[in-house]
Design a protein around this ligand. Structure first.
Ligand code: AMP
Ligand code: MG
Length: 395
């Protein structure tokens, strides 16, 4: 199954189970959350014409070459009087422009005479150095639509409109399960055949960055009875996210449990790393089963699970930005799956980590992005490839 088909199906299912509950939060706490209602402008921004410079406000028609008297001084935060005809006003950046003035000249182009009148050395034009009322927003205008993900910039924008609180979609609750008899938590001693569980902390931490509420459900042994009962305990979550145990041919206890008490779709994705992926539900709770190899977990989480989680919160733009860059490597053998190589930009070219095995998480720590190589494609250095910065998907 091509990656985009799998993504389209996941997004459809996410859409069908959109989270509708919302909560009202102080502006400082909405980082990473999703706006639940359209944000409209409550005012004209700026509320009045103001000066973009430190200088002098005047009516252009009053400037005949004869120096002008300074009739008032306006600092930011003050309310000026209307401009007396035939005079100018000393004004500072951000201060309201007095009624009657139609331009601001910067102080560098003004000469103060010994009699304190001011002469302007350059030609003046109407509107210069004035930030017009409502240039950024006007009352009632749609500023951010519902479904916008909120970050520092949106928080700043909402603050500029006077919002102290915002209505956001409640957090998605995700249970993280690692499956495999071989798994041991860091801090414990490894026995024969055992490895440390890396996916658990990777996913829990990533989900937190995405603004999810994480239920850490620990390690699930490869055993049907335990799988059934542990899945049954995870009733109050929006998604069960498991890793491992989805490879074809292995005793797939997650799959068996889903078939018995829910639904299972096993996808063979045309993606590398990360071919097998499970989607279904257990007693009505959606389940996504990612492949266990850490690099596979990472790629399928970034490209499929993350968009799914965002769409469940009503986010429209869920796919990461890709940039086109020249390849800094050769790719002589075409693959039958779309590859996401862990790579870096060096001098504007995409280079790749020397070992692209799906078990090697170090490749991703070295990398700062995923280099997309399409199915059936060969490359020589300089050919164009898409690069997805990891920063695009990590938050
Ligand atoms: P599986 O999908 O269960 O066949 O696992 C594929 C590979 O990923 C095996 O080498 C597993 O040992 C490894 N693996 C599975 N889960 C984890 C995990 N949580 N942390 C590290 N490696 C894992
Ligand atoms: Mg396993």
């Amino acid at each position: 199954m091509p990656v985009e088909v799998a993504l389209a199906r996941l997004l459809e299912m996410a859409e069908a189970s959109r989270i509708v509950e919302r909560e009202r939060l102080p502006l400082a706490q909405v980082q990473g959350r999703v706006l639940a209602e359209d944000l409209l402008s409550t005012l004209d921004l700026p509320p009045w014409p103001n000066s973009a410079m430190d200088g002098y406000a005047l009516r252009t028609a009053d400037w005949t070459g004869e120096p002008l008297v300074v009739s008032q001084k306006v600092f930011a935060g003050q309310a000026p009087d209307p401009l007396q005809p035939g005079t100018c006003a000393r004004i500072f950046t951000g201060a309201p422009v007095p009624a009657g003035a139609d331009c601001v000249e910067m102080q560098e182009n003004a000469e103060v005479q010994t009699d304190e009148r001011v002469r302007f050395t350059q030609a003046l034009s109407q509107g210069q150095n004035i930030r017009p009322q409502g240039q950024e927003a006007t009352v009632g205008e749609l500023i951010l639509p519902a479904g916008t993900r909120l970050g520092p910039i949106e928080q700043g924008l909402a603050a500029s409109l006077g919002y102290a609180e915002l209505e956001v979609v409640r957090k998605v609750r995700v249970a993280v399960l690692s499956t495999g008899d071989e798994l041991v938590e860091p801090g414990q001693t490894l026995g024969p055949g055992q490895i440390y569980n890396s996916n658990r902390v990777l996913l829990c931490s990533w989900l937190q960055r995405l603004g999810c509420e994480v239920v850490d459900a620990g390690i699930l042994p490869d055993d049907l009875q335990t799988t059934r009962s542990r899945l049954g305990e995870l009733k109050d979550v929006d998604l069960i996210l498991s890793t491992g145990g989805v490879s074809v041919g292995e005793a797939d206890f997650l799959g068996i449990a889903l078939r018995e008490e829910g639904e299972l779709t096993l996808w063979k994705l045309a993606i590398k790393p990360g071919k097998p992926l499970t989607f279904g539900h257990f007693r009505g709770v959606p389940v996504i089963g990612l492949p266990g190899n850490p690099a596979s977990t990472l790629v399928t989480f970034a490209l499929l699970t993350r968009p799914y989680l965002l769409r469940r919160q009503g986010v429209k733009e869920v796919e990461p930005l890709k940039v086109q860059v020249p390849a800094g490597f050769d790719w002589p053998r075409p693959g039958n799956r779309r590859e996401y190589l862990r790579g870096r930009l060096e001098n504007g070219r995409a280079t790749i980590y020397k070992n692209q095995s799906s078990g090697v998480l170090r490749s991703a720590a070295w990398a700062d992005g995923l280099v997309e190589v399409l199915e059936g494609r060969t490359l020589v250095q300089g050919d164009s490839v898409f690069f997805i910065p990891l920063s695009e998907v990590l938050s």
